[in-house]
Structures are given as structure tokens and as C-alpha cells.
Design a protein. Sequence first.
Length: 343
Amino acid sequence: MLAGVSSLAQTFPGEDWNYTEIPQAQGWDAEKSEAFRRYIIDSSYVTGLLIVHDGNIVFEYGDVEENSYIASCRKSVLAMLYGEYVENGQIDLDKTIEELRLDDVEGILPIEKQATIQDLISARSGVYHPEGYPGGMQQYAPARGSVEPGSYWLYSNWDFNVAGYVFEQETGKNIYDEVERKLAQPLNMQDWDRSLQQKQGDTTISKYLAYPMWFSTRDMARIGLLMLHHGNWNGKQLISEAWVDEMLKQRTSYEELNSNVPVFEGTGVDFGYGYMWWLWENTSDERLKGAYSAQGAMGQSITVYPAINTVVAYKTKAAYRRRNSREVRLDLLKKAAELYTAR
């Protein structure tokens, strides 16, 4: 058993983060940590990275305070917001696109209208309408109307953007206001700026806008720490433990995901998929057992490693127009876990 598993210290940051004075005393290898720092500098475009263990920072790189675009990590944040309204009945995950009275530019096919909200948030809608905000993997999509909703996984921004629209339609709430109420304020986020958050998209392609989000690296780490503790923040249950379990329940296996979208071939990492969270599967490294991630283009991530009570958050500032390869993005997360050597 890994040493971190049996001693889940309930430590949370207040207005600021605490730092572990001697990380190696907690099982973090000093020599490997310096090699990791060199790897970040020499082999990546990452602009900010934090490793948090037992609620304290054990490794820091770059500017962890600046707010910048977190790309598709936004989807995992939206999944967190869904829970309250699924549980109080305002959002019925079995409701179909047809029942929601949704349509789009040039229409939605009859078979596509049978997709449910649950299908949308698990990327299994079978709706392959063009995205008004790029970032999905529709180059791998089957022909429109060729698959039954719920039967096939495809990472599509149409699903995710519609999931945002449905959230607001069914709850009467604004996504960004809910991020502020449910996450930024109770987690004491240090850098949250509501004025930065604006929806975007080309409505001549699809009427459903995306909901880009801007966070700092250290505020992303707070989201990860909340997830690590099953929605509990310093004794207060902000998201129900049952909903955290639902988000992280496998809806798509790594075998199906790799078959449908072979983008992870050669990376040494296999992902399953839950409700807008990536699930680490088929790994022999005990430190990665049960891990899960929010992942974003160019190099953005919130990754939780329950087996070692650790969160890693990293960012690549979009304004620099620099993009980490998929292999580098995943290597960063594997190498971060390998710094922990306590057994």
C-alpha cells in the first residue's frame, strides 16, 4: 500500500496556500523534483504548475497567479455544477433533446432528438451537428444519423456546448454565476474574476455557445482538492459525495474510447470517460490508480491522484499561442506522480 493512502490529512488552504517545508520528508524525491523542473523548462510550454499533497504545496513552477483560458477543463467544472440540480429534480438526465425543444442551424435529425441530457454529459449523444466553437474530435465522427444515442462515444463540443445551454435553460441560472457561488466563493479562490468570463461561438454554425473559463493555476488546484475530498471542503459538503461518484463512474471504457478516437496511441496512457471527466485506466503504476483529470487544449489540466492524496494543476497561457503535444501533456502528469516515492 502507498503511504499516502492511509493518512488522508484533511488540510485545506485558507486565504492562501500553505507549503510543505521539506517535501522529501513527506515522500517527494528532491533529485527527481529538480529533474522534473528541468523537464518543464526544456520540454514544455507550461506557464504554471502546482503539486499539492495532503492539502499543501510540495512543488511550484512558473506564474500560478495569472488568470488565463483553461480550454476544455471548463467541461469538468460544468459537470460539478450539475449535481445540485440533478439531485433536486430541476435537471432530469433522462429528458431528451426533443422534450427540451432544442433545435439548431439546419436542423437536428429525428434520431438525434432522442439523445438525453445524460448522453450529452457523457459524450454519447450520437449528434454530430457541426460545432460552433471548435475543440472536439468530430473528424472521427460516424455519419450523421448512423448511431443510436447512447451507443457510441465521441468527444464533441456540440454535446458540451448544448450541455451548458441545457444547464441554464433547466435551472434558470447563469453558468458563471454558479461557478462563483458554488466554487469561487466557498473555496476562497484568490484570483477569480467574474468579468473575464464570457460565452463565445459562431452562431451561423450552431446556436449553442461555449462557456470559456479563465482561472489561475492555484485556483484550479482548489477545484482538484475539492474533488479529492469527494466534494467536501474543510467540513462543508459543497458537492454531494454521491454526485462526485456519478461524475467519476465509467460511462465509456478505455477500449471503446481508443477504438473510436485513437488519439492516445503511443502515449502509454489509457483513458475512460465519466461525466465530462477523463478516468485513468489500465495502469500498472499504483500512484495512478483511480486518478482522473480535467484536460484542456494546449496544456491545461486538473488531475487528482487519490492513491497518493495529491492534486496536480498546470496551465499553458493561451495568449502565448504555444501548444504542448499530447505526449508532453500526459508525460507531465505521469512524471509528477513519479516524484512521490514513499511506499
